[in-house]
Design a protein around this ligand. Sequence first.
Ligand code: ATP
Length: 880
Amino acid sequence: MWHTQSIQQVVEKLKTDVDRGLTTEEIQKRLEKYGLNKWREQKAKSIWLMFFAQLKDALIYVLLGAVVITLFMGEYVDSIIIMLVILINASLGVIQEVKAGKAIAELQKLASPKALVKRNGSIEEVSTEALVPGDIVILETGRLIPADLRLLETINMQIEESALTGESVPVHKNSQSTLKDENSALGDRINLAYMSTLVTYGRGLGVVIATGEETEVGKIAEDINTNESKTPLEKRLDELGKLLGKLAVGVCSLIFMIGYFQGREVTELFLTAVSLAVASIPEGLAAIVAVVLSIGVTKMSKRNAIIKRLPAVETLGAVNIICTDKTGTLTQNKMKVSAFFTPTTGTAKLQEYAQQPQVKLLAKAMVLCSDATLNADKSSGDPTEIALLQFADNLKLDRETWNKTHKRTNELPFDATRKMMSVAIKNPEEKNIYTKGAVDRLLPKCTQVLLGDKVVALEENQRSAIEESIQNMSSHALRTLAVAYKPITNIPPEENWEEDLIFIGLVGMIDPPRTEVKPAIAKAAKAGITTIMITGDHKETAFAIAKQLGIAQDKTQAITGQELDAFGEDELIQNITNYRIFARVSPQHKVIIVKALQAAGNTVSMTGDGVNDAPSLSHADIGVAMGITGTDVSKGASDMILADDNFSTIVTAVEQGRNIYNNIKKSVLFLLTSNIGEVITMLVCILAGMPTPLIATQLLWINLITDSLPAIALGMDPDSDDVMQHKPRPPKESFFAHKQGWRILFGGLVIGAITISAYWFGFYEHGYSPFDSSIPDEVLSYARTMAFMSIISAQLFYSLAFRHYRQSIFQLGLFSNKYLVAAIVLGFLLQLLVLEVPVLRKAFKLQLLDGPGWLMALGMGLVPLLLNELLKAYSRIKSK
Ligand code: ATP
């Protein structure tokens, strides 16, 4: 048993090398033997299963019933066509499902965690799937444990194992212990770390002992089923679809009853009513939304915004406040020490005092207190600490020797609440604790100060000199960091490490803003979105940068976490929107800020990267994690991951979110308008006592041509350049707001009216009227062909009208949505096919059109679009 064996035994058994890790050759062998480090995949649903799932629908049952009835009636052509419609509809559904599923799977891959390992003598980041037993894994705060590990080294390491044991209090781990009891509970095996649990504190090293299904969670993973549920939008549309379905069934029953009393033929009437129901129920709604969403999120991932939960896309369009970190998100995270201060030198620029002993000590203390590495061209670790190493190099000091001669015996890692870190150092000449951290946190812990080679009490004049220096550096947007020390004889208890310290000095680092951020903030502002900076940094530094970027103009817009604590709950909600900068906050403050902003009626996006950021990320309407610097914990709690850690990507994502939402809206409005057009045509003609203008098979065909490709193509409409000139959409706003409901009704009425006119023209052309008591069969089918052709051409042309609520199709560019143009052309070609190929013509009971017939059908088809253009022109003039 791994937990009862010593580190040496484990390492020998796994035939690995703790310093160099495994070799590529060995890894390959082990991969073949043990397989990938993942659980058996849930069997992908087979195409057939998906296909049959599509058939489980009340509507399809009715259609299947219709097939049986037509078979009995000997109307074999009708039964074949209805069956074809069922088949094609179900196949489209399957294609949509597969496509959406693929996109989601790709995204999941992008968002999946990585592990830091030693291999072939160097450190690399690999996909957790690629781990094999014997791999040496480096663990840090915020990392997910990537496989089951025997710990080799633990420095204050705590692991939260609730995913496995249900216990949410972190367990203190200890690599040095070997347990006696083979059967000790999982939670007691403090020298092991289990896959899927989280490092919440400290760091360490471990060797992989089990991967994939052999891990403790792997054994129980079969029950864990990640079932993506529908997004709120999909649910709302489902409900809408159901409502419309009921309405359609009502209307169709009405048509059936009226027809029955008018003495129409019952079976034909039944088929017509059923087909109308099928044609008017927007059964494709949810599927189309899924496809548009999946296409949209794939596009977003190419622009560095990885959507983890689909509902985020809709919420993005409603975001009106973006809360963002400073370091790395607004700034480049390329730190450089550009000034320093010690009580003996005062505030100084680099080279002036390079050889001054206290400056040397300042650099040495900073170096000893850093975990980063920096060689000629390669660096790793926290950019703040890399800058400190560079600082020593610039002073031409010998870091290597310090690191060799000063052994770190213990440490207290950095955390975002304390804003400090400490190390205990042992060397023949000294035994010290060094602490570095935020100056305003460290200074209160100092009781003495180093003045040259003397340690003296920290008096008020010294304190104000230090504060003045901080003020000076901060107002130049420098990020400040101080360092102190104290001699010890023995390692004191942790709570006593960071007190009674001796102040050495402080450094100021520049971290220039990212160039693309300022325009992005301006763009967001134009779109009605407020940017708020939430930072662990000093208020002055934060304000200086915020001002450069256009986030804040006045110092009164900045507040610290401490000042925030003084507010009562109501007072906070009332005042929260007055601030643009929250400085020196801890992760707990972030939750308070999000909640208050939400209570004040805002839709909030919040960024985060640390372990403690998870609560604020999950509270926010959109939690945004950093892809590069973010911990696995923060990524897990987020809705979206920024692959480039860049603020401007959030703004791009909001823009995309708005576009995707609009495109879905366009598809839905188009579908509803088309369906209303069909219902009106049928209802009016039957009520008026005319022969039914469209027969069952024709209705189904119309449904097939217009409800599929043009609707999807509208969902793929190119991004509109004016989406960021509007205020954010209120989160609960319905699709039918801004008179859209009326637009649908109007469009439906016009389509109905022109279809009926074309139908009537078909009779008129042959000297008949639809009300005549005896009409030859050819004339009736000619008139129906006219109705059939006009309604399809009207719907196909009219799809163009939905591309923008105000801009003309010419302003948008007639061909700028190539998919839609292709869908329209294809629709017409298919239409031509059923008309010109004799077998099909016969099957659909159509007649060849003559010249005037063609002209009328196409001309009429253009009417709704032209009317819409006129209305848009009017609305443009009015808005000017
Ligand atoms: P943001 O929250 O916008 O990313 P930040 O990086 O300044 O800004 P934190 O990382 O929470 O925020 O750091 C807060 C403060 O803690 C910093 O201003 C700095 O003074 C101090 N600090 C940062 N990194 C370290 C470190 N590695 N060791 C010691 N102190 C640090």
